[in-house]
Design a protein around this ligand. Structure first.
Ligand code: FA5
Length: 348
């Protein structure tokens, strides 16, 4: 019995020594140590037929053989695993010069959109509706309805882009809107009085561009119609806006300006962001930057909107939304905003 054990040990150790891969090693494990039919297990079944000292000696030897085979198995397992890793390392390679996968990119809102949304929230909190209007507008709403008849010289102040096939004498000639003011009349016609509404949107003018002027830019129109409305209400709302955007110290200057659709009319300026009022190329060395036109709604415009000027008054304002954006972010050339330059846009 004991010789059988020693023979089994020699055989197992030799076989383990010769094995080259983990699959064959597993087969050997089953062959020698397997619980059901392993050779060592089978030999140990004979233990029950022995007695006394012989049983003791056989038991001890069987344990010694088992430990030796298990130890050899474990050493071989480590050896095989290491050589398999080494083989993988030799065949696989990492190219450290390969560029990394592009990082996930997220878009961001255009600065116009950021400011527009911010102001929509501000005005909504003051009870204003937010409306949208057509960019291709009728000549009637863009000019006539806001008190600028066909032969009025004020039409020269806002030269527009003509539409292909434009016929001034047709029933409904159309233009790319030069201002958001046509929405004053559209809003009154649709909602009547009292009324509190803002209309942000794109406008178009045929003008030579420079650091402050674009041919395509954004305005934000506002109109309030109610009983007992006066110009101090207008000033209050404008001040809320400029202080909200630029801080409590911001100065707003209102000076008389002619607009056919308001009486009296004003233009509004704030301290230039670039030179802080000292004078520079952006503010044409005046220290002030014009950001809006405003005034008390002209009775002719109220009538055009179907509102009785004897009962209701109102004020209206038109901000250059793009100018507000320039001021907010210190952008010294308006043309950057519509340039589609990603380096510029990614900063927001
Ligand atoms: C108007 O467009 C009037 N509709 C504003 C208004 C509304 C007056 C309601 C009274 C009552 P004006 O042409 O001044 O006005 O333009 C208004 C603002 O738009 C200007 O103050 C300026 O901030 C901006 N703006 C005008 N032209 C340009 C331009 N070419 N590029 C960028 N911003 C401009």
């Amino acid at each position: 019995m004991q010789e059988k054990l020693i023979k089994l040990k020699d055989e197992a150790l030799k076989a383990i020594e010769a094995v080259k891969n983990s699959v064959n090693l597993e087969d050997l494990e089953i062959k020698f140590l397997g619980r059901k039919n392993g050779e060592l297990t089978n030999l140990m079944k004979g233990l029950k037929d022995l007695e006394g000292e012989a049983k003791k000696t056989f038991g001890a030897l069987a344990n010694e053989v088992k430990t030796a085979i298990e130890g050899a198995m474990n050493n071989k397992k480590t050896e095989i695993t290491q050589s398999e890793w080494a083989k993988n390392l030799a065949t696989e390679s990492i190219d450290i010069s390969q560029p990394s996968l592009p990082a996930q990119k997220f878009g961001s809102f255009h600065p116009n959109t950021i400011i527009q949304r911010d102001l929509e929230n501000l005005f909504s909190a003051m009870g204003f509706m937010v409306l949208d209007g057509p960019e291709l507008e009728s000549d009637y709403y863009n000019f006539n309805a806001v008190n600028i008849p066909a032969d009025h010289p004020a039409r020269d102040m806002q030269d527009t882009f003509y539409i292909k096939g434009f016929d001034f004498f047709s029933e409904n000639p159309q233009v790319m809107r030069t201002q958001t003011s046509p929405m004053q009349v559209r809003a009154m016609q649709k909602y009547g009085a009292p009324l509190r509404v803002i209309i942000p949107g794109k406008v178009f003018r045929n003008e030579s561009t420079d650091v402050r002027h674009e041919h395509t830019f954004y305005q934000l129109e506002g109109i309030v119609i109610d009983k007992d409305i006066n110009i101090s209400h207008l000033k209050g709302v404008l001040q809320v806006l400029v202080k909200h955007l630029y801080g409590p110290e911001t100065k707003l200057r209102l000076r008389p300006k002619y607009y056919p659709f308001v009486e009296p009319g004003v233009n509004g300026e704030v301290t230039c962001f670039l030179c802080e009022g000292k004078g520079c190329r952006v503010c044409k060395h005046s220290g002030w930057l014009e950001i809006l036109g405003a005034g008390m709604v002209h009775p002719n415009v109220l009538k055009e909107g179907g509102v009785d000027p004897k009962v209701y008054q109102g004020f209206a304002f038109g901000f250059g939304l793009t100018r507000l954006v320039m001021l907010k972010y210190g952008i010294d050339d308006i043309r950057l905003l519509e340039s589609g330059d990603l380096k510029f846009l990614k900063q927001f």
